[in-house]
Design a protein around this ligand. Sequence first.
Ligand SMILES: Cc1cc2nc3c(=O)[nH]c(=O)nc-3n(C[C@H](O)[C@H](O)[C@H](O)COP(=O)(O)OP(=O)(O)OC[C@H]3O[C@@H](n4cnc5c(N)ncnc54)[C@H](O)[C@@H]3O)c2cc1C
Length: 262
Amino acid sequence: MNLTKAKIISNEQISLRYYHMKIAIPDWSVSEVQAGQFFHIRTTDDFSPLLRRPFSIYRINELDNTLEFLYLVKGAGTKRLAERKPNELLDIFGPLGNTFTIPEMSRGLMLVARGVGIATLSALAFAAGKKGVPCFAILSARTKEDILVEKELNEVGIKTFLVNDLDSTSDLANVKVMAEELINSKQVDSIYTCGSKRLSILMKDMAEKHQLFAEIALEENMGCAMGACYACVCDIKEGNEIQTIRICQDGPVLPLKKVVLS
Ligand SMILES: Cc1cc2nc3c(=O)[nH]c(=O)nc-3n(C[C@H](O)[C@H](O)[C@H](O)COP(=O)(O)OP(=O)(O)OC[C@H]3O[C@@H](n4cnc5c(N)ncnc54)[C@H](O)[C@@H]3O)c2cc1C
């Protein structure tokens, strides 16, 4: 892991609430970054907010040694991040955390993302594309405008299914039908989810029912991201034992069947 001053190449608003940032890494190769990992970023050079904020890697570009992030403008930190300009230096710490697993001989991946959860899952989709593993993505958002990176995913051969709250297509029952169809058609045998508790619970049930490999990327508030502050804990259940783990150390990618979601 590295503490780096990366150069901001671009930082653009891509919809009402979401931004896309591209940064150039000067002194180490982005080939060491993997899907699922995240960076802990100082959103501003002054001290408000003081704490770094965690962001998953959205895209890794080995050709020009750049990294891309997608982020939702939510509170103080992301508001400051959205004000950052091209050519400024961005203080990043990472890559941190573990990575997604694509099982050997996987028939296909089903990604189920809500909102900016697709940032984290896109990196996996691009990695699957490189390996030649088919990938299908159910993208859920409040509105059609909040659906992110559909075009970018389609361009690399990922089939997308779009649902939103305004026309009620994002209802759990509808998403369940879509996911069942993909599973029953035998096109997918591995499930990945990020960004919604209720979709994660649904995917956990479906993975259990169909005995499929499944992972979740968790996005809790984080303090130090080095395991010291215990801000980002979650519960894991194995058998009858419940264990509390730190997402920054043991995650953010975890086996869906073990994570306590209720
Ligand atoms: C592994 C991981 C990956 C993630 N990836 C993404 C991603 O790709 N895209 C994305 O949009 N989001 C992602 N998130 C979520 C993202 O980190 C949060 O949305 C972001 O931290 C919000 O920061 P904020 O300051 O805008 O929001 P806030 O809600 O204001 O702050 C977030 C946290 O900081 C604390 N805080 C707020 N103000 C201060 C202050 N002045 N001083 C100290 N602490 C303060 C809050 O108590 C809260 O814990 C990810 C989270 C994790 C854990």
